[in-house]
Design a protein around this ligand. Sequence first.
Ligand code: PHE
Length: 347
Amino acid sequence: MKDLIQKLINEAENEIKSSLTLASLEELRIKYLGRKGSFTNIMQNLKSVRSEEKPAIGQALNAAKNELEQHLTTKQKTLEEEVLKQQLSDDSFDTTRPGTHYETGHIHPLSQVQKEVEEIFSQMGFAIQDGPEIESEYYNFEALNVPKDHPARDMQDTFFLADKSHDHHGRMVLRTQTSPVQIRTMEKFGAPLRVIVPGRVFRYEATDASHDSTFYQVEGLLIDKNISLANLKGVMTEFLTRLFKKETKVRFRPGYFPFVEPGIELDMWCLLCSGMGCRVCKHTGWMEFMGAGMVHANVLKAGGIDPEVYQGWAFGFGLTRLVMMKYGIDDIRLLMGGDLRFLEQFS
Ligand code: PHE
């Protein structure tokens, strides 16, 4: 019996060795190990073997089967590798063909300009702060010296959240300005302070070429001892000159915001004509840029800062409007519209 097994193994090994294709190898697997294969046959013949010889022969048979299986697997791997090599060296495989082209995206123009703004202010020692887009009426209005029922609340039409679970901080709103972060940073860090706050704001307004219900602002806040609007003029002239990479001038006009006293509007030199007067600036030489002013004593108090010791200024400009000015975009809706034909011009 043992001889028979050995003979079978030798025969199988020879056949495996000379097998040239995966298909013929599979045939061999069936021939020797299949349901009706040679080894299965011998197993069945085991019945006729004397019982004291059974264990030894059984063992030999199993060892032989394992050996055979191993041979088959090794050979299979070799053949598979050969097939692969064959495919790779096949003439029809052109290694010089260009690969699949994947589109790469780029940063949105709003984010690009926001980054430039952040870099310039960082270089001037301003920290960059963040605040929630869903705010309480307290932070968005009250703490900024806009009491309930004050007509100044109508300056910024507001989205109110349906959620009625409000506390002493009033109802929840989508912030209409980045100014609430003035209060939050004063509460958090105290004086002195030097921060900018880029962020998204919301107004309940009809949409047209220059109004959108969602846009971006940058708030600025500087608090220290002996601060005046002269410092603001210097900082903004420097900022705009660095941003537009050409000499820029700014001017102040009186303006009203409840959270500053005195309040101002800041104009900058027309980007196109540098003060000479052209169609874009309606021949004035100036372009409206932002609201600003000395932080109102009530606002400092709301932020926990003593107005007898510290004073400072704040400003807020539209980042969205800045991007429009920088690239000559005449419709605000293009910026958030997601139209790739528009966006791809800024890569
Ligand atoms: N928050 C004001 C606005 O949205 C801008 C502003 C900020 C004005 C800070 C003065 C000081 O219009």
